[in-house]
Design a protein around this ligand. Structure first.
Ligand SMILES: [Zn+2]
Ligand SMILES: [Zn+2]
Length: 162
């Protein structure tokens, strides 16, 4: 299993050009052990390049063997190491995304759109977070701007069914 992921990642990253670090290098750079689970989860998230929930990740065949707790722990470790960030949905579900390097992904600091029908979250890269003045002396630990509704595909399905 480990070898397969390694081969896959080599292909992925050489295809993207030499500018980015490989997944194993990222883990090493963050001081994390390169476990097969971390490698697999991070590599998949890089390919998805959008915020995905725990359930969406578990639905991917490569990751379907992971149990809930292992995936939670892995994601938390990656978040703590600064390799992944998370975005909260109006549905109460956190979505996780890799930090960007030179490839597309979620660089943060922008609004997101959540489809309440299919649960897919997209990055609104051209909609930067507004600047918000907070009370003097307050510390800001995060910002959250979510637009929600139905994605084009779900809205289209609804129209077709009507
Ligand atoms: Zn994003
Ligand atoms: Zn949708």
């Amino acid at each position: 299993m480990e070898i397969q992921f390694f081969l896959h990642m080599q292909v992925t990253f050489s295809y993207r050009g030499g500018m980015t670090s490989s997944v194993p290098e990222l883990l090493r750079g963050a001081g994390l052990r390169r476990t097969p689970t971390r490698l697999a989860v991070l590599a998949r998230m890089e390919l998805l390049a959008r915020p995905c929930s725990h359930a969406e990740l578990l639905a991917i065949p490569d990751l379907a063997d992971l149990d809930d707790i292992t995936l939670y722990r892995t994601l938390n470790t990656l978040v703590e190491a600064g390799l992944v960030h998370r975005i909260h949905g109006i549905d109460g579900v956190w979505r996780y995304s890799t930090q960007p390097r030179s490839q597309p992904g979620c660089p943060g600091n922008h609004a997101h759109f959540l489809c309440n029908s299919c649960g897919r979250m997209s990055c609104l890269l051209s909609e930067p977070m507004p600047r918000v003045a907070v009370p003097e002396g307050a510390e800001v630990h995060g910002r959250h701007f979510l637009v929600f509704g139905r994605c084009a595909s779900c809205a289209g399905q609804q129209k077709a069914a009507e």
